[in-house]
Design a protein around this ligand. Sequence first.
Ligand SMILES: Nc1ncnc2c1ncn2[C@@H]1O[C@H](COP(=O)(O)OP(=O)(O)O)[C@@H](O)[C@H]1O
Ligand SMILES: [Mg+2]
Length: 254
Amino acid sequence: MMVQQALIANSVHKSFSAPAEESSLAVLENISVIVEQGEIVALVGPSGCGKSTLLNIAAGFEKPDTGEVLFMGNTITGPSPERAVVFQSASLFPWLTVKENIAFGLKTAKVKPKIIEEKCSRFIELVGLAGFENYYPYQLSGGMQQRVALARVLVLEPKMLLMDEPFAALDAQTRLAMQQVLMSISMALKPTILFITHDVEEALILADKVYVMSKLPGTIIRELEVPFARPRPISIIGDPQFSKLKSEILAQLF
Ligand SMILES: Nc1ncnc2c1ncn2[C@@H]1O[C@H](COP(=O)(O)OP(=O)(O)O)[C@@H](O)[C@H]1O
Ligand SMILES: [Mg+2]
């Protein structure tokens, strides 16, 4: 079977002009990244190294100065619902319930009510929110809000998810729980994901492949296939090979 490449970044360079200065700030240098279909790829790097900039390019919000970024073989020219973006803050509609938030995109797309109903139930179940359908966002914890944000995007069946530190604002235990939610989603749906994080442990728990970025200007300093089968339980953190990889990568980040 031939594996199709979903996202390809080829020798991407990007700099920004510094505010009120003549000079410019080199942010991304010679970044090459491949995300295959059905693969979860994590990009891990220190804060400010250009991770979000790369994600914004993949999302079509920004353009590279040089190099190319392709999605399913075509140059990315702007944002597309095929490449759904999940951010750190859930930004739900506060006046809509869990179910209404999740149904919103399907309603806008004029999907039949019966199908909306079926899809909503399925994805509410998948993210572990059964029983909370009629809650409003203010009645949910941060982790639950992020579950709604995930379901709201997944229900539209995008070809790829671009996730920019989606769990970074959550407390440590909720973050582990959300990683397990994403793990079960990966078992059920085999989604294609580019996952940005500063958290080495998170990258190793979630990803099939990890790219490690240097400090600014961001370059790829390491690429590794993660050698653990799915599903990966939380206890993987205690595996000696896991600890070894984690400390190796941490050492490279400093
Ligand atoms: N639109 C922009 N204009 C100017 N500078 C920017 C812009 N976006 C990001 N930067 C700069 O690029 C650098 C990397 O930012 P970012 O990609 O957000 O890093 P990360 O997500 O890894 O923390 C930072 O120094 C930031 O100030
Ligand atoms: Mg960022």
